[in-house]
Design a protein around this ligand. Structure first.
Ligand SMILES: *[C@@H]1O[C@H](CO)[C@@H](O)[C@H](O)[C@H]1NC(C)=O
Ligand SMILES: *[C@@H]1O[C@H](CO)[C@@H](O)[C@H](O)[C@H]1NC(C)=O
Length: 356
């Protein structure tokens, strides 16, 4: 009797673990074959070799890009090269990146920039919010962009226990934002357990100087976050749910679920076209290759676009797919006029012409 019970419990446990591993393998694209897709001519951007994890384009066509992320066991993570924010002027015929100077007193040595978001004030001032992981902790750095000097003026560093594993951020004002946490646990081995057992405990946090609170939870790696052009809805990429969540901003900056869209890939950062409201997502089509990185078997890249996300039948289009021969490990995609910019976690950056 005892033996039978034990056997039943063991079989049960094994099948749960087996199911989770199968489920995880599917989401990490283990069984996926990539078929190349390209929208028009594409060229690499000069001067970006160590990642372009997140990109924000200002209304005039200047792109701010976080570069040099060191994260977990991903390539570059043991490099001692500090991260940087680079600028690409999309109005130029040939695109190249220029590093932005950062004001004195800011600790450049440990700068490890991740998600990034910009906010333009009524007086035209451009605030740049950057998720930073100096010495494996999380801070949010707030800068003011000084365009005429190609520099970022550091205003403040924000640290809070609810902002413990921040991946991405969307600015709401010069001093408030929403941020996603991509893990529940902070300890490395618990992070792996969280991943393998499929806990959906990641959170979205609202921050302002007077209030910091959890506004959403239940995500399996909460990743990219952004806002609709009318600033009424928030979009959240749940990487290991292969889903995009639409939430509405309600009074007191709380969020309420509107809908969840499943996508056939693992979504990372999402950007919203200010003119059309289309959501552009940098995805990780065979993400397992990131975690077991080998130069002879590199992770690919994928970009999808969601049109009419708030309507009854949104349209999802695959805009770019590459097996890694050109671009490895895409993390973000964003558009300016007829140009598509694709960034990566640790590799290069690409721009493509959208021939419509
Ligand atoms: C993995 O499991 C989640 C629920 O835990 C489910 O929504 C999803 O469809 C599964 N994915 C695959 C590829 O099996
Ligand atoms: C990747 O795609 C290119 C062409 O698109 C092809 O030449 C190359 O063999 C592919 N590499 C792998 C590893 O499949």
């Amino acid at each position: 009797m005892g033996k039978l019970l034990l056997l039943t419990v063991c079989t049960g446990l094994l099948s749960v673990v087996a199911y989770q591993l199968w489920n995880l393998s599917n989401m990490l694209g283990v069984f996926r074959e990539l078929v190349a897709v390209q929208p028009g001519n594409c060229h690499l951007i000069k001067g970006i070799e160590y990642g372009s994890e997140d990109i924000n384009i200002l209304p005039g066509g200047l792109a701010l890009i976080s570069s040099g992320l060191k994260f977990g066991s991903l390539p570059n993570s043991d490099s001692d090269r500090p991260g940087q924010i680079v600028l690409v002027d999309l109005n130029k015929p040939v695109l190249s990146a220029v590093e932005l100077r950062i004001s004195r007193g800011f600790d450049m040595e440990s700068f490890n920039p991740h998600g990034l978001s910009t906010f333009i004030d009524e007086d035209g001032a451009v605030y740049v919010f950057v998720v930073n992981h100096p010495r494996k902790i999380t801070t949010v750095e707030v800068f003011k962009f000084e365009e005429d000097q190609n520099s970022l003026n550091h205003l403040k560093t924000i640290k809070h226990e609810l902002l413990h594993s921040v991946n991405d951020i969307v600015a709401l004002s010069p001093d408030s934002f929403y941020a996603t946490n991509d893990h529940y646990f902070s300890h490395e081995s618990l992070k792996i357990l969280e991943l393998v057992l499929g806990f959906s405990w990641c959170t979205v946090i609202y921050y302002s100087p007077s209030e910091v609170k959890e506004v959403a939870t239940g995500f399996r790696i909460a990743n990219g976050i952004n806002i609709s052009p009318d600033r009424k809805y928030i979009y959240i990429a749940e990487s290991l749910g292969c889903a995009v969540h639409v939430m509405e901003i309600i009074p007191n900056n709380n969020l309420t679920p509107v809908k969840t869209m499943h996508v056939e890939t693992l979504p990372d950062n999402l950007q919203v076209d200010p003119k059309t409201g289309d959501v552009w997502i940098g995805c990780c089509p065979n993400c397992w290759k990131l975690f077991f990185y080998k130069p002879e078997n590199v992770p690919g890249s994928e970009v999808i676009k969601i049109e009419n996300i708030l309507s009854k039948d949104p349209k999802v289009t695959q805009v770019y797919v590459n097996n890694g021969s050109v671009l490895q490990g895409s993390s973000v995609a964003t558009v300016f006029e007829e140009k598509l910019l694709i960034g990566t976690i640790f590799h290069k950056a690409l721009h493509c012409e959208l021939s419509s």
